[in-house]
Design a protein around this ligand. Structure first.
Ligand code: THU
Length: 130
């Protein structure tokens, strides 16, 4: 059983590998799948700025390449020198919505002792359905 705190600590570790020489804003993500596995992600910037990949989509990509498509929760951390509350961007919310149910949990925080948890439904209400 993976606690929110443990997942948050893994996101902090993933953030160490962030490639963010242009913004200096490093982001890490740890995604818990329903099979119990954790998939890590970090932001990967590019000199052509829009090419940049966010940490959240990087974590989902890792899982999907491994054949995993059912998810429970994700922890996201970000900041320059110190962590700030790093809420997922709109593109990442939509990306998550492709694979996650409304009750998917998104765990944010400036530190491990003050975690804020949201559901995907809270962060992306009235989402698009085909
Ligand atoms: N970033 C993420 O990795 N995830 C988000 O949800 C928001 C933004 C990254 C992209 C860029 O490398 C840096 O944070 C600053 O925008």
């Amino acid at each position: 059983m993976m606690t929110d705190k443990q997942l948050f600590e893994l996101a902090i570790k993933a953030r160490e590998n962030a490639y963010a020489p242009y913004s200096n804003f490093k982001v890490g993500a740890a995604l818990l799948a329903k099979n119990g596995e954790v998939y890590l992600g970090c932001n990967i910037e590019n000199k052509s700025y829009p090419v940049t990949l966010c940490a959240e989509r990087s974590a989902f990509s890792n899982a999907i390449v491994a054949g995993v498509k059912e998810f429970e929760k994700i922890a996201i951390v970000g900041g320059k020198d110190k962590l700030v509350l790093c809420s997922p961007c709109g593109m990442c919310r939509q990306f998550m919505q492709e694979f996650c149910y409304n009750d998917f949990k998104i765990i944010l925080g400036e530190d491990v002792f003050q975690l804020k948890t949201f559901t995907l439904e809270q962060l992306l209400p009235e989402s698009f359905e085909l």
